[in-house]
Structures are given as C-alpha cells and as structure tokens.
Design a protein around this ligand. Sequence first.
Ligand code: TMP
Length: 203
Amino acid sequence: MKDILSSFVVFEGLDGSGKSTQARILSRNLASGGRHDVVLTAEPTDRPIGTLVRSVLRHQVTTTSRALALLYAADRSDHLYNGESGILKSLDEGSIVISDRYFYSSLAYQGVTEDMSWLKTINDYPHPEYVIFVDTPAIDCMKRIDKRGEEKELFDRIDYLEKVRSNFLSVFSCLPDGVRFLRVDGLAPLEDQAERISRFVNV
Ligand code: TMP
C-alpha cells in the first residue's frame, strides 16, 4: 500500500473556492476541544522556496512552467521534511496537521501544461489520511477573486481554473485505498460545509 500519513488532513480546491476558510474552521474546532494539538499550514509555504513561488505567482519573477512545477515540488519536500517545522516532525510529536493544499494541487494546476506522469514522479510524496475537496465552480471562484479587488495571480483565469477542476476530479477518482476523501459543495452555506467536514474528520 502507498505510504499514508495518519492525522494529516489536506484541503484542496480552486483559488477562491473557500478551502482556506474551511481549513481554518476545522483547525479551530479540533483545537477547541483541548484534546488535540493542531498545526495549520499551507503550500506554497512561507519558507524560502515557497516565497520564491509566491513571487512568480505575483508576476514579480518569471520562469518556465516546468521550473515552477519543480519549485512547487521542492517547496513540498521542505514542507514535509525540514527539521524545524516540517509536517513529519509535527506528526511525530502527536499533532494533527492540516494543510491548505498539497501535491494534488501540483497534479491539477501544473497538469494543465505539463506531463502528468512526470508530475507524479517529481511528487512521489506520501498521501495524507484525509483529503477534503471544496468543490466550487470556476465561475463562482472568479467572481469571489474579482470581489477581493486584488491583483490577479498567475492562474486566476476562468479557462485555466476549469481545466484545473477537471484535473482535480480525475486525480481524486484514483486515490489509493486508505485515503479518506470528502467532496463538499463550495456553494453550500459555510456552516453546513464546516459541519460535514467536522463529522468526517474522526481523530
Ligand atoms: P493559494 O491561492 O491556495 O495560496 O495557492 C497559490 C496558487 O498556487 C494557486 O493558484 C494554486 C497554485 N498552486 C499550484 O499551481 N501548484 C501547487 O502545487 C500549489 C501548492 C499551488
């Protein structure tokens, strides 16, 4: 069986899907019981490689699509294995780790332009125990992104996000046994989404 990291929870979704909000709510709910230490984290990370990725997303640095795919994968290796704040360290210490994005994002986003089998090779990382897909149609995500009034990032285009969603669906249709998967409707009321997610994550 593929390596699966227990007590590791991953949120995925399009930009503007609402996944970060749900990750925060779950983190708060799990921590509030007092039974768990919870680490809420995200990719791209705020460490050096992730910061470089963010500057590409914000059009401050240009590179190729292939180099960006490698940077995401490198940031992920650091995110998992660095000895200061890495995911594995936190899991070993008994924390529940919730990550806003993980390698499924690379398969879905970079999969629009790059070869899927190459992406799987450079992202041969362990799966999490839980994957939660906040599924919001690309058109609604774009409306939310427009409403924020911020500069658009690299992938904030409807045609791109539609392809990303379709990649997510095909990636999630072949998760290995042992990975628990939940799709929530990103247009449902926030509290309903949060309640379904809290019931699903049984730690
Ligand atoms: P965020 O909006 O969740 O902060 O993610 C930043 C952007 O990076 C978003 O457009 C999705 C994209 N992304 C990838 O293309 N590949 C990846 O592996 C990850 C983690 C994010």
